[in-house]
Write a protein that binds this ligand. Sequence first.
Ligand code: FAD
Ligand code: NAD
Length: 473
Amino acid sequence: MKEFDVVVIGGGPGGYVAAIRAAQLGLSTACVERWIGEDGNPALGGTCLNVGCIPSKALLDSSHHVSFLRDEAKQHGINSSGVTIDVHKMIKRKSGIVQTLTQGIAGLFKKNKIEWLQGSGKLTADKQIEITPLDNEKEPFRVLAKNIIIATGSVPFNIPPAPVDNELIVDSTGALNFTDVPRKLGIIGAGVIGLELGSVWSRLGSEVVIFEALDDFLPSVDRQIAASAEKILRKQGLDIKLGTRVTGTGSNNREVTVTFEENNEKEQLSFNKLIVAVGRKPNTDRLGVEESGLELDDRGYITVDDHCQTNLENVYAVGDVVRGPMLAHKASEEGVAVAERIAGKPGHMNYNTIPWVIYTWPEISWVGKTEQTLKQEGIPFRSGSFPFLASGRARALGTTEGMVKVLSDQKTDRILGVHILGPAASELISEAVVTMEFEGSAEDLARTIHAHPTLTEAVHEAALAVDDRAIHF
Ligand code: FAD
Ligand code: NAD
């Protein structure tokens, strides 16, 4: 039987990054992965590369060009009449990007001498791994592992009123592969996926209605930023119905009818497609949880300590399958930290500086605490904000909606949170993450020279505003 220092189960951003780091540290490493890509071949990269971060951003970028040409080009003196959309080509481009990147991971595995065991991995009672090959003809086999890292990710939640049929009712994966633009598109859930995929198809011409059970829009986002974002997204055409309960769906061949309760009234709307995006659940399907004695919490996540150690010795778990935000970069960093600890190094993970991004336009990003959590926790703070309206670069771009907000400790001035709604917010947030990682203050940011004219000046000015000395506002 083959033996490895490390066997990783799952080849998404948690698993493949853990495998590469382990191999870099000289540990003999294998990764078990069962994903079959769109082309019918085994694929690495997990949810993120195959049906998550990457394909959704490819479509967000393509559709952003469409909305630029349709709604903004004129302001720049560009006549863009006659623009047409080739959905087939757009989807093909997206699939090509996915394929290039997933094959790239296979190349990295080869380069790092990581063995890719193609099949479904299961923990056994004696803490080894049994692999059922993708090729059904082949017999299951076992490998020995000194250390096991579980990175089996997550899968979409289903809700009884809207069972996914992959025809009219789809999950996020189906919504990345529509063959034409649905005239009327319903979405259940105004979370990250609902807003991102709603933006894609709305920009391409769908009339989008989003049903959200909660009364508040993006409750974990800074309230001021969430309120501005809601206003902008509604103006862009997303009909967001807050406090709405979907009670049932019915479909004929062409349309799906959604029955919902709004203000205690029962109502119905029909759509050409309906996306269900109500969150994701940890994936421990066929993992041998009971057989191995692996402990799960009451919501189905694998129980781990601060170092991603499970209740079983030398068995670790990272990424979406454990507590914490379901984000690719969180999964990868946990993977690196665990691989380093296995190699006897002080692997480290700072959960206080994980950035969040919602890739609408303008983008929404944040790191650290919001004003509301600081108030709840009784932490005195100072706040400084700066609108993109007053940024020369944002004016030149023609995108002046949104703002940057910096929150710092009232006594020490240490930055506690940064919140951005604006162009390239996904990139701008990194400066805040680095400053927080170094335990920097608003004054540190304020005294740092920022190139002119750039959008980063808005971060600089918000830091200056903490001390009431913003120059341009
Ligand atoms: P996964 O990526 O889910 O990978 C788990 C892998 O394990 C899968 O490949 C699966 O096949 C494999 N597996 C499971 N069980 C077994 C088994 N028993 N044997 C063998 N293999 C197994 N996050 C961001 O940070 N930024 C974004 O922009 C972003 N956009 C997203 C858009 C969409 C539409 C979706 C759905 C998600 C998005 N996410 C985004 C979330 C991100 O994809 C996840 O947080 C990330 O993929 C989690 O990584 P992971 O390695 O934990 O799990
Ligand atoms: P989410 O938790 O962000 O949003 C789900 C939304 O659905 C919530 O607002 C919830 O209140 C609502 N909801 C739940 N049940 C409902 C019901 N029965 N009727 C109406 N509304 C209901 O989850 P998601 O959008 O599915 O995304 C899943 C995960 O994927 C997220 O946690 C996120 O971490 C990750 N993701 C990240 C990115 C990114 O980083 N840009 C992009 C996409 C997905």
